[in-house]
Design a protein around this ligand. Structure first.
Ligand code: AQP
Length: 342
């Protein structure tokens, strides 16, 4: 397929299923900001329809959606330059999601590790929405003919499935309609790990608040969580290879690198031989310096929820201008009367 026929367009989303974490910031939002510019049209979404695949208290969902929007803007997303909205205001996502439910195969979905992790041993009791999550995610991306999707490492498998769905749709209908999307998984912090367990991803739904840094944490909370972060007794090595079997130490080095916009190698070069008693306070100072301005701005924006709602509604209207014709063409390709002109 000649991918060049598609406008270079970035799409990505975050679930308003809790407060934003440092993992979401370094793995996703910070990189969304980097991709904003003349090279791409950028579309960023609060994926509330995804969030409800597990139970969400309605009042908390509303608050988390607005707070997430405030987080995007405070971190540097310009709602004029980028299109910023919540998914449920653009019904074309769910409509294309249904078409893709009919394209994707049960076997593909059953292989998804996020499904297996989140449904756990109790799959019979998990929602049908949780099972179909990756097909809606494919629709989120392809309803804009997005060509590039910046995500953290955990979303790689879902992006491969998005490509499989696009390929199968194009083949089934003999068209060259959906682009084969490129995942953009880059940087030092594509997988920020829990501060309590270096083998587990930092996550907003982890029951332990000490496992993560929330974007709304104040300076004292950030410093405390980093001081209490699990580590080992050895000092930092003088090469990156020395961190191979030390997941907690490696995680702190990666976080430092991503916050400072340098490589993990540079962090090691600057801090080799240091004990964690020295390295952790440096990391805490850096984290506070980078995150405090964002949390202060988030709090300011949250004082005016009506303005946030206006930004989301305006973003949704702009998103629909792109999504509606693509949905209409999809229906037409599939032979839906009403979409096909007589
Ligand atoms: N720990 C992480 N390190 C790097 N990137 C991460 N992302 C999430 N956690 C990390 C990236 O953030 C984007 C949005 O993720 P999401 O909120 O839609 O879903 P998630 O990946 O399931 O995140 P959480 O925090 O673990 O949410 P819950 O707890 O609700 O399931 C994605 O690009 C993701 O890669």
């Amino acid at each position: 397929m000649a991918e060049t026929k598609f406008t270079p367009r970035v799409f990505s989303g975050i679930q308003p299923s809790g407060g934003l974490t440092l993992g979401n910031y370094l793995g996703a939002i910070k990189r969304f900001v980097d991709m904003q510019g003349p090279e791409f049209e950028t579309i960023y979404c609060m994926v509330d329809l995804h969030a409800i695949t597990v139970w969400q208290d309605p009042a908390a969902l509303t608050r988390n959606t607005r707070e997430l929007c405030a987080g995007f803007i405070a971190a540097g997303i310009d709602p004029e330059q980028s299109i910023l909205f919540n998914q449920s205001q653009v019904p074309e996502h769910a409509q294309l999601g249904w078409i893709f439910n009919c394209v994707a195969r049960m076997g593909w979905m059953q292989r998804m590790t996020q499904w297996k992790d989140k449904a756990g041993k109790n799959q019979q009791n998990a929602s049908l929405g949780l099972f179909a999550y990756p097909s809606l995610m494919a629709a989120d991306i392809l309803i804009y003919h997005a060509t590039h999707v910046p995500v953290g490492e955990d979303q790689k498998q879902h992006l491969e499935l998005t490509r499989d769905i696009a390929i199968k749709f194009n083949n089934d209908f003999g068209v060259d309609f959906f682009p084969i999307t490129e995942p953009v998984i880059e940087g030092a912090a594509t997988r920020v790990m829990s501060l309590r367990d270096g083998t587990k991803k930092m996550s907003k739904s982890d029951p332990s608040d000490m496992s993560r840094i929330n974007m709304t944490d104040d300076a004292d909370a950030i410093a405390l969580k980093i001081r209490k972060a699990r580590t080992d007794p050895d000092p930092l090595p003088d090469t990156l290879e020395g961190l191979e079997d030390r997941p907690e130490a490696r995680n702190l080095v990666n976080i430092y690198a991503a916050l400072a916009d340098i490589s993990p190698e540079q962090v090691i070069a600057e801090h080799a031989g240091q004990q964690f008693g020295t390295f952790k306070p440096s990391l805490a100072d850096l984290a506070v310096a980078k995150l405090s301005p964002i949390s202060t701005e988030m709090a300011r924006l949250m004082d005016d929820p009506a303005e946030i709602d206006r930004i989301l509604a305006r973003g949704a209207a702009r998103a629909r201008e792109i999504a509606a014709p693509i949905l209409r063409q999809t229906y037409e390709i599939a032979g839906m009367v009403g979409a096909v002109s007589a």
